[in-house]
Design a protein around this ligand. Structure first.
Ligand SMILES: Nc1ncnc2c1ncn2[C@@H]1O[C@H](COP(=O)(O)OP(=O)(O)OP(=O)(O)O)[C@@H](O)[C@H]1O
Ligand SMILES: [Mg+2]
Length: 246
């Protein structure tokens, strides 16, 4: 399988006065095309830092991050912006939709910013809304959507440019368990039916078991991997995770 992501000895430190915080302390990780990877870890273990670096939203102290073979950490700002726009999709806990735009306008927004013609982006946005089961809500503004529906719209928007890698930082952190489960199941479908590659951060064993593989972080290091997550129930995932993160 082709490697979509290769992370090599990644480090990120922050200096705060006399103290240095090693948010990431030598992470090496790979994701292949069509793989669904979940990152788990306690608060402060470095999950968001890792996802932000992979997404090119921040730069590491050292190490490499190859997206389809290109090192996003060492390229020019301009190249990084282009790569981010064309090959990466990012979804956050708080959805980040624009309140004044309808669902379909929110999905089409990145291509309008990128200079595409209105008609073609409308068609593509509609297809994407259909793929996340949101066609019936395309004219709704975010405030007229449930949290789960807003996250579906945000996922559709992240897929607009057909990214090689979809990154999600606690995508269900603001949702109740019912909506959360439907978002995990949607991410699973994107992998199974559209051969997307997904990396998601979560605290929730119920969601993590939708992934092919769970990587556990502690104090900026990988302390273990659960490879057979899809065969485990949530209780077993929680037990294995607790053992690794202890
Ligand atoms: N800008 C910053 N300056 C200094 N320290 C930071 C900064 N950003 C993050 N850190 C520190 O780096 C460590 C990892 O933070 P990170 O946000 O990656 O954790 P996390 O695993 O995502 O936690 P949570 O589950 O609470 O979201 C933490 O100790 C945090 O305090
Ligand atoms: Mg975080």
């Amino acid at each position: 399988m082709a490697s979509v992501l290769e992370v090599g000895d990644l480090r990120k430190s922050y200096r705060l006065g006399d103290e240095t915080v090693h948010a990431l302390d030598g992470i090496s990780l790979e994701a292949t095309a069509g793989e669904f990877l979940v990152i788990m870890g306690a608060s402060g273990s470095g999950k968001s830092t890792l996802l932000h670096l992979i997404g090119g939203l921040d730069l590491p102290t050292s190490g490499e991050i190859l997206i389809e073979g290109q090192d996003i950490a060492s390229m020019s700002d301009r190249k990084r912006t282009l790569l981010r726009r064309s090959r990466l999709g990012v979804v956050f806990q708080n959805f980040n939709l624009l309140p004044t735009l309808t669902a379909i306008e929110n999905v089409a927004l990145p291509s309008l910013i990128g200079g595409s013609r209105n008609g073609s982006s409308q068609t593509r946005a509609r297809e994407l809304l259909e793929s996340v089961n949101m066609t019936h809500r395309e004219s709704h503004r975010p405030q007229a959507l449930s949290g789960g529906e807003q996250q579906r719209v945000a996922i559709a928007r992240a897929l607009l440019n057909d990214p090689a890698l979809l990154l999600a930082d606690e995508p269900t952190g603001n949702l109740d368990s019912h909506h959360a489960e439907s978002i995990w199941s949607l991410l699973r479908n994107l992998v199974d039916e559209q051969q997307r590659t997904v990396i998601a951060v979560t605290h929730e064993p119920v969601g993590a078991r939708f992934a092919d593989r769970i990587v556990v972080l502690k104090d900026g290091k990988i302390v273990g991997t659960i490879n057979d997550s899809r065969n485990l129930d949530a209780t077993l995932v929680a037990t294995r995770y607790t053992e690794l993160a202890r």
